[in-house]
Design a binder for this molecule. Sequence first.
Ligand code: ADP
Length: 499
Amino acid sequence: MEAIKLTDISDAVKILVVDDERDIREGIERILKRMGFVVFTASRGEEALAILEKETVSIAILDLKMPGMDGLELHKRIQVIDEQIIVIIITGYATIETAIEAMKQGVYDFIPKPFEPEHLRIVVNRANEKLQLTLEAEKLQAERARTLIDLDMEKSRIRTIIESLPTAVVVTNTAGEVVFMNPAFLGSLDLDASLTPGKKLESYVPDDGLCNMVMKISKGEFEKDGEAATHEMQVSENKYLMARGRPVLNEREECMGAVVTLSNITSLKMLDQLKSEFVAKVSHELRSPLSTIHEQLAMVLNDMTEEEIDVDQDLIERAKEKTNGLISLIGDLLDLSRIEAGGVSHNIQSIQVVDLLKSIVEFLGIRAQSKKQTLGIELSTEEFPMITADPMALESIFGNLIANAINYSPDGGSIMVKAQMAGKFIKVQVVDNGFGIPQRHQEKIFERFFRVKDDNTRYITGTGLGLPIVKGLVDSMNGSIELESEEGKGSTFTVLLPV
Ligand code: ADP
């Protein structure tokens, strides 16, 4: 019924006129047709009902007094067929009582006989307006219903797509509870496919790092328009996953939780391991012949006659310098391979970090002096507890940082090593007023072989492996390292080591 009405809006409105008096019936028909309506006429109630079986009529004009079925009775029957038909009664006996009675039954209006054509037109126009309003309202209602259906379909379509994604997806709320996870997520963690959301993330994935990352994102502690937060995790002996997470924001940019994808990085990990093994092997194989060449060059230099010195000394000195560079590169590569393979800290002892710092500062002081730099150490007055660590590792960490400060500060610069307690950590800072590191390079500074190339650093030799070694060692001791630096002003490396 609704659908038919909707299409009727553009069609002419159909009106049924029922009157036993032929003149009146035809008179009304003429007036209405001129007004643009489609008109059906009937002289009796039964005839009218037969028309209604075939036609969808919107307005019915009924004579009240007719032989057989009267207007009110016909109105009742019409209401049963379609209660939306607007009924107007024509009557020669327009008394208040009949009017009230008819209105109670839902008749829309009256036209008393005899009437002027104008009166009929006014009443029918009013009825038609009401009809159009009703149709308009119905149309809006239907449109709303359709939009809701569309929305529902869109929602389930997106859900189906996410369910079918080959990438593992999990969504958590701000309390860290899982609100959605797709089959790929369960699959990648080898979890039972029948698991349902609702519990805390840790009950599905017992990985502290991942849960911390999700909570950090949910609390808005992760930059909103920055890159995704990442976390690498080992889920079984031979399976590594990379989790990437971002906040889920509403229209007001408030955080509603986190969305995390997991990708399998096992093969990358394996490749990385193979590469490290290869580098370690090659470095190892190169080290002894190079050392031999280096020593032989030293011997040649030693045994040179005066004449030979004049001609070849420079050449051989340079060759010796280069082999020295290569030997230290190989040393760094081997150190790095060892750290990456987890084979550090063989010689764990109880150490007083402050004493160790003093001796490194003393040792490197000679190098600083040769550049007319001041290298000092500043210790807070509190008592420093001993820490258990490999002294070689600590020497490597602070030796590298202080040597860098010397290397990357101009002649006459000043370098300060500061130590103090910070809760359960010893905090050591190496502060210089040297060249500094441009902001855009700062996040790459701990990557292997990365070196800043500019006018300041052009003539400074190095391998780009010092800071990766430092970072690897600090990480292996469950510590942390941070850099603050401003180009032209200097750098501060801050190391925190757990006591
Ligand atoms: P290397 O010193 O052998 O080049 P590192 O890994 O120790 O390698 O350092 C990487 C790069 O970081 C250096 O080449 C240098 O550009 C920059 N750098 C390190 N420490 C400092 C510092 N204190 N001040 C300025 N730049 C630094």
